[in-house]
Write a protein that binds this ligand. Structure first.
Ligand SMILES: [Zn+2]
Ligand SMILES: [Zn+2]
Length: 125
C-alpha cells in the first residue's frame, strides 16, 4: 500500500498530506499520551518526516518532556502529533487525525506497563 494519506484536525484549520506507507502503527499506553489525548489509549501512525507536509494552518507544539513535542490544533484543540527531537526520522500522528483511519490497524503496543487495567482489547497482545 503506497498511496496518499490525508488528515487534519476537527475544525479543519490544520490539514496535512503524506505519501507512502507508514513505518509503524502502534498503540501507546503511556500516561502522557492519555493526558494529551484525553483517551484511555492512543494509536499512532508513524510517518517519515520527509514524507508529509502540512498543507493548511500549522501544528502547534507543546514541549511535554525533554526532547518530546506534542502537536495540536490551536483553534479546536485536536491532538495531532507526537515526535522526538527534530533529528528523529518520523513524526507520529494520532490515528484520530487520519481521514482513513480504518486502513491503519496497530500491530504492537508501546508502554504496556502503563496500560489501564480495565482496558480490554481484542487482539490478545
Ligand atoms: Zn482545529
Ligand atoms: Zn505515549
Amino acid at each position: 500500500m503506497s498511496e496518499q494519506i490525508d488528515g487534519g484536525c476537527l475544525c479543519g484549520a490544520v490539514r496535512f498530506v503524506a505519501s507512502g506507507t507508514p513505518t509503524d502503527v502502534a498503540w501507546c499506553h503511556c500516561q502522557s499520551c492519555r493526558r494529551h489525548s484525553g483517551a484511555p489509549v492512543s494509536v499512532f501512525v508513524a510517518i517519515r518526516r520527509d514524507a508529509f507536509e502540512v498543507t493548511k494552518g500549522e501544528i502547534t507544539k507543546f514541549n511535554s518532556s525533554p526532547g518530546r513535542w506534542r502537536g495540536f490544533c490551536a483553534r479546536c484543540g485536536s491532538t495531532l502529533t507526537c515526535e522526538g527531537v527534530s533529528s528523529s526520522a518520523e513524526v507520529h500522528f494520532h490515528i484520530g487525525s487520519i481521514d482513513n483511519a480504518e486502513q491503519f490497524a496497530p500491530t504492537r503496543h508501546i508502554f504496556p506497563e502503563e496500560r489501564l487495567p480495565w482496558l480490554h482489547l481484542s487482539d490478545n497482545s
